[in-house]
Design a protein around this ligand. Structure first.
Ligand code: SF4
Length: 216
């Protein structure tokens, strides 16, 4: 382990501890009642706000309350129900295909493994991480969305731009026991404090160790 990595690791742990102190049990802002609803909401949330997803899901879940029902849905009907979310056409198709796969391959129940989740249409690494952590409290990796990407770069934990590379860097410097909390608390940090424009550095609990503090 070289000195630079040691320094970044020390800093990364400090950041993870501070974020966990400020937000010990972060939960997604998606509204769901069971694993099915969680997975569907997560698929819908790609490049869409949780708020927007929560606006369309009550009607969607009323009409299609299970993987089984979703697997037989008419794609045009799903499109009408989720029309307010970004990329609703592609997402409608993936949702129905997801239903078909879960029914045919996993007996209508969400698979409990990272690899199994990644087989589901519409579920990539970020979504699989969110589902594993939210539904079962298991962190196989670190969720990297647009907020965590920005916050991690500003904090000097990575200089990478793609989610996969950023996740790799974060997993390398943040101790595994913090992965779950960091995934949730860093999202909230980016959403409400380290915002894309005008980050609130003055009230940020990380401003003493952040190389980007007060530079905006
Ligand atoms: S000090 Fe400012 S730039 Fe750094 S993490 Fe906090 S809000 Fe973001």
């Amino acid at each position: 382990m070289d000195n630079i990595n040691t320094d970044v690791r020390t800093k990364a742990k400090k950041i993870a501890v501070i974020l966990r102190k400020g937000n010990p049990n972060p939960k997604t802002e998606l509204i769901y009642k069971n694993e099915y609803e969680l997975a569907v909401s997560v698929i819908l949330s790609a490049q869409t706000t949780d708020k927007k997803v929560n606006q369309v899901t009550p009607k969607l879940f009323k009409r299609y309350p299970t993987w089984e029902k979703l697997s037989k849905a008419d794609i045009l009907d799903v499109q009408q129900l989720i029309g307010q979310v970004n990329f609703y056409k592609g997402k409608s198709e993936r949702l129905v295909k997801a239903g078909q796969l879960v029914v045919s391959k996993f007996k209508g129940t969400l698979p409990r493994s990272f690899g199994g989740l990644m087989e589901i249409p519409g579920v990539a690494r970020k979504s699989a991480n969110v589902i594993m952590q939210e539904a079962w409290g298991v962190a196989e990796g670190i969720v990297v969305d647009t907020h965590i990407a920005r916050v991690s770069n500003r904090l000097g934990l990575t200089s990478k731009k793609t989610p996969e590379k950023i996740e790799e860097d974060l997993m390398n410097v943040i101790p595994k026991k913090y992965w779950r909390n960091f995934s949730g608390s860093a999202v909230f940090h980016g959403r409400y404090t380290c915002t894309a424009r005008n980050p609130k550095c003055g009230e940020c609990t990380l401003n003493e160790i952040c190389p980007s503090a007060f530079k905006f």
